[in-house]
Write a protein that binds this ligand. Structure first.
Ligand code: ADP
Length: 532
């Protein structure tokens, strides 16, 4: 027997319409290149969003055509995020920290017809634009428009908002696109459907308790993994949004938090490490009392950092694990309701875990002998499925082996799962240290090392070993003015790990190279140290 419910499409236009009808007076604030603040209401931004959709159609774009973006986080980027899919097009975010060759490849592979670019980023964009088939370049922000480009403001001014109509777009059609960073092989395109975004916005937003009374500052770049879905989950509840523009240094962020009374923020661990150092250097320097949750994800945050925020500054760090391929959130920990009745030690232990899956994400882990038990001890590769998980990469059939025969996505992350469903990421498959047939978690060693007061950052990599096949090597950045010897660091690790886990070699460096989204670039470390 069929249910008798409407076939209502879950799509971005429906998200936009809701924000349009209900939240017009809420605010969207952006930090401009000169550090001043631009303020607008949702009503003003939504009007511009609609005009953008109309203008793109007038430029000749058809349904499904890709609109590339190359921008910092600000209201214009938000306008494209929502406006392109609301008009039937597909937003494609390009990562401004990638090499121009990679962006040339990605924009060509995705067949982007338009590029919307910050004028301040033109010197970077110029290095790949000529190699792609963009038919129009639209330049955003103050200052002169590059030759041959259209000015974003002029384009919007010429578009008639009245020509915009809310369309009942097929929820299974594409709304947005984002390429994985390509740490292995060529970057691969993930193509989000309207339905995936709508369901994800509904599970992630309320999942972290997001409401209209929140003020959200996403430090995570809008080009990283669907901006963790924040543009959509904020719009659906009408949360005030604060965009940091190009100013991602800790002090600028702390100024934004204080001035705009930010309640929720989100970024990778390196961002929060910097903020913690600034707070430690100037405790009480900023009034962060409205902040109820700083979410961290993208790489494993050290427990010591999570605990330092809580104990020294009274700030809650919530922790998410996810992937570009998952829209991108998979698990969440550090939520208030998960910690009722727990002792302090257990609270921090849990926040350092990646957490249980969010609704509509199913998990299982596979070892050499099939699926592993949820015992918190047996390691296996995490597999996932759900309505916001990719079912294939865009035009990359060579990568189809990332899916199991029964349709689950193989994450490449090695995990243990506890009986209560809490996932603990042990490593990325390719970063795991395989020593004498056993597995050593580089993540666990790194986070323990970063708990030592003299250590600012630590990355552990596998180096070849004649006897054990691989052994762990620790690359350490010492905190300013601090010192520590390899023996002292080994002693610090000893109580927590089996003896054979402890690294023999420590290398002290000034800086650990980072990827385009701020994670440790272990491939570079392996090249530097594996042979020596
Ligand atoms: P990439 O890092 O390849 O640019 P993603 O941002 O999609 O692209 O990376 C997803 C990967 O990042 C996951 O597979 C996992 O290895 C790692 N990751 C993400 N969040 C966490 C986390 N909270 N803890 C540990 N690892 C994480």
């Amino acid at each position: 027997m069929q249910g008798l419910m409407m076939d209502y499409e879950l799509n971005v236009p429906a998200i936009l319409r809701r924000a349009d009808e209900l939240y017009g007076d809420r605010e969207i604030v952006s930090r401009l290149p000169d550090k001043s603040f631009h303020r607008a209401s949702y009503a003003e931004v939504i009007s511009r969003t609609k005009r953008l959709a109309v203008a793109l159609r007038r430029l000749g774009l058809d349904d499904g055509d890709r609109v590339g973006t190359f921008m910092w986080n600000h209201h214009e980027h938000f306008e494209v995020y929502i406006g392109a899919p609301a008009g039937g097009f597909v937003t494609h975010t390009l990562n401004l920290r990638l090499h121009p060759d990679d962006n040339a490849y990605i924009a060509t592979h995705a067949a982007d017809r338009v590029l919307v670019v910050d004028k301040t980023l033109w010197p970077l964009a110029e290095q790949f634009v000529g190699r792609c088939a963009f038919e129009h370049v639209i330049a955003v922000g103050a200052g002169p428009t590059p030759d041959g480009a259209l000015d974003y403001e002029e384009l919007l001014a010429a578009a008639d908002e009245g020509a915009f109509a809310y369309r009942n777009l097929d929820e299974r059609s594409a709304a947005a696109m984002c390429y994985t960073s390509g740490t292995t092989g060529r970057p691969k395109g993930v193509l989000y459907s309207h339905r995936a975004i709508a369901i994800h916005a509904l599970t992630v937003g309320p999942g972290i308790g997001l409401t209209t009374s929140d003020t959200v500052l996403p430090v995570v770049p809008m080009f990283h993994a669907n901006a963790w879905c924040f543009p959509f989950s904020c719009a659906i509840v009408g949360a005030k949004q604060v965009f940091p523009g190009p100013h991602l240094d800790p002090v600028s962020l702390l100024e934004d938090f204080e001035q705009e009374r930010v309640t929720v923020s989100a970024g990778v661990p390196t961002i929060w490490m910097g903020v913690l150092q600034a707070l430690d250097a100037n405790p009480g320097g900023w009034d962060l009392s409205p902040m109820r949750m700083m979410t961290v994800g993208g790489a494993a945050p050290p427990r010591a950092m999570i605990e330092a925020f809580g104990e020294r500054h009274g700030l809650r760090v919530a922790h998410g694990w996810g992937m570009t391929e998952m829209s991108p959130v998979g698990t969440l920990s550090g939520l208030e309701e998960q910690e009722i009745g727990l002792e302090t030690d257990e609270i921090y232990a849990r926040r350092a875990l990646q957490g249980p899956p969010i609704p509509f994400v199913e998990i299982r882990a596979r070892g050499g002998e099939g699926l592993v038990p949820w015992d918190g001890a047996t390691m296996g590769e995490l597999e996932v499925r759900g309505p916001s998980v990719a079912s294939a990469y865009y035009e990359s059939p060579e990568a189809d082996d990332r899916w199991t025969d029964d349709g689950w996505f193989k994450t490449g992350d090695i995990v243990t799962i506890r009986p209560d469903g809490y996932v603990e990421i042990q490593d990325r498959d390719k970063d795991l240290v395989k020593s004498g047939g056993e597995w050593i978690s580089s993540v666990a060693l790194e986070n323990a090392l970063m708990g030592h007061p003299a250590v600012a950052e630590a990355a552990v990599i596998a180096v070849p070993d004649a006897k054990w096949s691989e052994r762990p090597l620790a690359v350490v950045v010492l905190a300013e003015g601090q010192s520590a010897t390899p023996d002292e660091l080994r002693e610090h690790l000893e109580p927590h790990f089996a003896k054979w886990w402890l690294p023999e070699r420590f290398e002290f460096v000034d800086e650990i190279p980072k990827t385009a989204v701020g994670k440790f670039r272990k491939t570079a470390l392996r090249e530097q140290f594996a042979a020596s």
